[in-house]
Design a binder for this molecule. Structure first.
Ligand code: ADP
Ligand code: MG
Length: 244
């Protein structure tokens, strides 16, 4: 039986009067690759961001393993080293080279020495197909290359789980595939992943589980084959008709 990595209990998030997440209770197990799907505005990013407390829930609890991270005393910086996020717009440090982007946090936050950090950085850049770009600045890279650097940077922290928020949505179509291939390879390593995406082919083929959000509720939580062949709720059916 796998371990639970993330558990939410009656998770609610409101922005003012807008109730964005409504009572989401679920858990994500070690090694799962969860695709979070749903219409724009359904709360996908907010849900993902609540998992590492980039957004603080209005009510309910979030656990990372046995630690309730919604407790005020928790060192959330420490938890976020294990629950790293990859963003739609990459968020690379523009004034640092690719290698410096990848080694920055391991050195600064984890105290890894620079030689080790670089060695590991080079391995990771090779993994995402960018070893030859180690010394260039992000401005010289395509969007797809930037996102692959962002993934290498996330991996450099040796996290337990990676949270991806629409990692390919800002990319030109011809760049999308390279990034998805890197993510697919990553999924096969057994690392736990939660991915907000509109890439239905990827969700169907790579995810082990689909969560479908509809107006802030977890309307479906099932396997890809169930979701894509027999979506239960009307909203999921409508969503799939539009997307496929
Ligand atoms: P999705 O990622 O599914 O498109 P989001 O989680 O980004 O949806 O947003 C859900 C709803 O919450 C939207 O109506 C959005 O406008 C609103 N929202 C998200 N973040 C904020 C915020 N920081 N302040 C106010 N409203 C927000
Ligand atoms: Mg979003």
């Amino acid at each position: 039986m796998s371990k639970v990595v993330i558990r939410t209990e009656s998770l609610c998030k409101s922005f003012g009067k807008l109730d964005v997440l409504k009572n989401i209770s679920t858990e994500i197990y070690q090694g799962e690759v969860v695709a979070i799907l749903g219409p724009s505005g359904s709360g996908k990013s907010t849900f993902l961001r609540c998992m590492n407390l980039l957004e603080r829930p209005t009510r309910g609890r979030v656990y990372f393993h046995d630690i309730e991270i919604t407790q005020p005393k928790v060192n959330i910086g420490k938890v976020r080293q294990q629950l790293v996020m990859v963003f739609q717009h990459f968020n690379l440090f523009p004034h640092l080279t690719v290698m410096e982007n990848v080694t920055y946090a391991p050195m600064k936050v984890k105290g890894v020495n620079s030689q080790l950090a670089k060695q590991k950085g080079l391995e990771l850049l090779a993994k995402v197909g960018l070893a030859q770009k180690a010394d260039v600045y992000p401005a010289k890279l395509s969007g797809g290359q930037k996102q692959r650097v962002a993934i290498a940077r996330a991996l450099a922290m040796e996290p337990e789980m990676i949270l991806f928020d629409e990692p390919t949505s800002a990319l030109d179509p011809e760049m999308v595939k390279d990034v998805l291939l890197v993510m697919q390879a990553l999924a096969q390593t057994g690392i736990t992943m939660a991915i907000v995406t509109h890439e239905m082919g990827f969700a169907r083929e790579v995810a082990s589980r689909i969560m479908f959000l509809d107006q802030g509720t977890l309307a479906e939580d099932t396997t890809p084959s169930e979701f894509f062949h027999h979506p239960r709720c009307d909203r999921a059916q409508q969503f799939l008709e539009k997307m496929l």
